[in-house]
Structure formats: C-alpha cells, structure tokens
Design a protein around this ligand. Structure first.
Ligand code: CA
Length: 243
C-alpha cells in the first residue's frame, strides 16, 4: 500500500478519490491548494501525488515543475488530473515530468489501474508482492524474510529498510532519502539513525552470508548490491512485473 497525497480543490472529487484509494488499501492525505500541498510534502514525502491541474492560486503544473526541479522531490511520482483534455495540455503535463495524466471525468477503475501501474514502475516497495534479490526473499504479505530458504528475524524498521533496498537494488540511497522513504520523516530524525538500523540489518543477516550485499557507498549512502554472477539477478523486477 502507498502513501498518496491528493491535491484537489473540489471537495466532492477529493472525497470520492480518497474513498476509493483507501478502499484499495492506500493511506491518503488531502490538500486543497498548492500551498497546502507543499507543506504536506515537506512534512512527509508521499509515494505518489494525484495533482489537479486547476487549483485556486498556483496551478498544479507550476507545483509539478517546482517538485521536479528540487532534489528531494525530483523522483516523486505524479499523476496529473484535469478537466482539460486537449493534446497541448497533455504534452505540457508530461513535459514537466508527470508520470501519467488523466482527464476528468475518469472512471475509478481506470484511475486505480493507472496508479498501480505508476507505483509498480516508480515505487515498487509499496506493492505487497514478494521480492527476490540473490538469495534473499522478502514477502510483505506475511512480513517474512528468508535467506537461502532459512527464516531471518528482523525488527519492523529493519524489515521496512530491507524492503525498500530490495525494491531498488543497485541504486545508491543517501541517508536523507532513506529517512524520507523508510521512516517518512527527514526533518526530525537524525541521519545516524539510518546507520544504527543498517548495522542491525547487517547483524541479522550476518549468519546468512547476505550481509555483504548491503554496501556502504562512501560519501553517498547505502545500496543493496546483487551478488556477482547471480542467475536470479533480474528476479526482483520480474517478480514485481508478474504481480
Ligand atoms: Ca480543480
């Protein structure tokens, strides 16, 4: 399930969207204008934003452009909503980096399907599908982790941390990014908290031979590396796509 921010000024539409997204298992926050949306994102980085184009004050497209220009929000998945359906607007929306685009009126089924597609591509850690990297298997549905078929016992934070790292293998994440994506807070938690939980995760994996997959990248952060010559090297993405 994903943490989704709805930015929409029409209460009836906001309510309908929130209801359907919650029913689909997501956590929802709402903002009625650009200013409120900016504050919401500063407080906690969502997994995806549903962004209405026509807002009172600053339009959604300006907000999308600003988010794309800032390091912290550059990768934020954005689905734009609008009453307009002219081709030039679609092009403009996609040009500023929206991941998808939906013209009102849209069917709820289509919206949910599009959101799932964007999450699969951009935020696979939000999907409740098992992920495999090398000898590690993580199943969000049962909250279980196995290494070479043996159960690994992790605390809840280590589980979320490993889930995020396994969903983005080979990518380097800064401590700030991990706080944003795993803890949901980059402001009030100290960066060394990340180091503490990385150490706990490595300790938990020590007897499995998988601890070395969690690499420290000096001056940059952490990464989960696939073992060299791993025949299952692509299984993480395959597992996600198959869901
Ligand atoms: Ca509107």
């Amino acid at each position: 399930m994903a943490n989704i921010l709805i930015v929409e000024d029409e209460p009836a539409i906001t309510e309908l969207l929130a209801l359907n997204l919650r029913h689909d298992g997501h956590t929802v926050r709402c903002a009625a204008d650009a200013e409120a949306a900016q504050l919401a994102v500063q407080r906690e980085l969502p997994d995806l934003v549903l962004l209405d184009w026509m807002l009172p004050g600053e339009p959604g497209i300006v907000l999308a452009r600003r988010w794309r220009s800032e390091a912290r929000t550059r990768q934020l998945p954005i689905v734009m909503l609008t009453a307009r359906s002219q081709e030039s607007d679609v092009v403009q929306g996609l040009d500023v980096g929206a991941d998808d685009y939906l013209a009102k009126p849209f069917s709820t089924a289509e919206l949910l399907a599009r959101i799932r597609a964007v999450l699969r591509r951009r935020a696979p850690q939000t999907l409740d599908v098992p992920v495999t990297v090398g000898a590690l298997l993580l199943d969000p549905g049962t909250m279980r982790v196995q290494a070479h078929g043996n159960e690994v016992h992790l605390g809840p934070t280590e589980f979320r941390l490993l889930r995020f790292l396994m969903s983005h293998p080979e990518r380097v994440h800064s401590r700030g990014q991990l706080l944003d994506r795993v803890w949901g807070d980059h402001v009030f938690i100290e960066e060394r908290t990340v180091d503490v939980h990385i150490k706990r995760l490595r300790d938990a994996l020590a007897s499995t031979g998988c601890a070395s997959m969690i690499e420290t990248v000096r001056g940059a952060g952490y990464r989960l590396a696939r073992p060299a010559a791993d025949p299952a090297a692509t299984s993480a993405s395959v597992a996600v796509q198959a869901a």
